[in-house]
Ligand binder design. Structure first.
Ligand SMILES: Cc1cc2nc3c(=O)[nH]c(=O)nc-3n(C[C@H](O)[C@H](O)[C@H](O)COP(=O)(O)O)c2cc1C
Length: 186
């Protein structure tokens, strides 16, 4: 087993190793307007209720849309629309209609007013569950109320941001270590 030679590394860049991914698209709706933003900074927090924490910068147009409507949809894109994911991250909804600009289809959700993005592999309808950390950290805690997931493929080719303009595309899967898990941990 090897150990690694290491050097000092800037703490502000550790995100390159910890950013969980997949990169997602967050869609929102408020007072007749819709928006989409690209997001990498999210984390699972609980199974039941299904809680997801998300950092949404207050500089983003989506921030007020989501803070006021208390809803959003977390959409999981695949590498097939990676260029659109970057474009959505480069633009702001205050200026452009991102559904029209990027040729994406908004379809109605069941539990929230924010639209689903039809071209994404999965769509999770979310309601704001706790805004207690929004002011201090721009950290929204959402409950997933309804999930729509494509029937195939089982393992989509999602994109994961490594910083500096580089994506990792999910690929290889292995069940080689499955037998090592305690059943409760599967
Ligand atoms: C790969 C990638 C990941 C991003 N992750 C986040 C994130 O986690 N949180 C955030 O606030 N902005 C993130 N952004 C930036 C927003 O997507 C960007 O500011 C976007 O233009 C906001 O759109 P809006 O102003 O229409 O809300 C990311 C952008 C890219 C390209």
């Amino acid at each position: 087993m090897r150990s690694y030679d290491k050097r000092d590394f800037p703490v502000g860049e550790v995100r390159r190793f910890l950013e969980p991914g997949p990169v997602v698209l967050v869609s929102s709706a408020y007072e007749g307007e819709t928006d989409i933003m690209t997001m990498g900074w999210h984390t699972m927090m609980e199974f039941h209720p299904s809680l997801v924490g998300c950092v949404i910068s207050s500089a983003n147009h989506s921030f007020e849309m989501i803070r006021r409507s208390k809803e959003c949809v977390i959409n999981v894109p695949t590498v097939a629309i990676a260029a659109k994911v970057v474009g959505i991250g480069n633009t702001t909804g205050g200026v452009v209609d991102k559904f029209a600009t990027f040729g994406l289809t908004a379809t109605p959700a069941i539990k929230v007013k924010a639209p689903l993005i039809a071209e994404c592999y999965a769509n999770f309808e979310c309601r704001l569950a706790d805004a207690g950390l929004v002011r201090k950290y721009n950290f929204f805690i959402f409950e997933v109320l309804k999930a729509h997931v494509a029937v195939s493929p089982k393992y989509p080719r999602t994109i994961h941001y490594r910083g500096d303009g580089v994506f990792m595309i999910s690929g290889e899967n292995t069940a080689k270590y499955r037998r090592l898990f305690r059943a409760a941990m599967l």
